[in-house]
Design a protein around this ligand. Sequence first.
Ligand SMILES: [Fe+2]
Ligand SMILES: [Fe+2]
Length: 186
Amino acid sequence: MEKIIDDLMILVENACKKENNIFGYGIWSHHIKPMISLGQKLAEEYGADKEIVTIAILFHDLVSIEDEKNCKEHHKIGAERAEEILKKYNYSKDKIERIKLCILNHRSSVNNSKNSIEEICVADADAIIHLTEIGSLFYAAYKEMGKTMEEGQKWIKRKMEKDYNKLSERSKLKYKNEFETVIKLL
Ligand SMILES: [Fe+2]
Ligand SMILES: [Fe+2]
């Protein structure tokens, strides 16, 4: 299993290095990579399958990185792409299905219900990572979207509020203070 994860780390990092990646290399260094450690920590604490969480995190934004046309539907296209790649490794069918659900349901803006603990770990990690990698939100607001100082700050504040609201109840309890402090500062 280590082999798949090592290969996927290379595949995703390489996609992040390409010029057509609209998010820049930071989506690897300040989003996906730290999300893997966080997701694994949550998986351990919440009793989820670490391998499923890790692989789903590696795939969760991949198709948007590869082609910005996929952004809007990246949860659906990403799930299909994960299946296609994992099948080549003869990866277990059951685990592929569980990984696909994590990718399909990782977005708060697409209101899908999360049923498994692995889906919760991936979606929660996607939001909680903005606490430790808050610089990535400033980068998105000011550099990528070209917002004014005021608009940018408002956007980040709203984003943090949305991130907090989408968390599972146990993550809400665990990260309440951190989110409240950041939101208060913005
Ligand atoms: Fe995403
Ligand atoms: Fe993400």
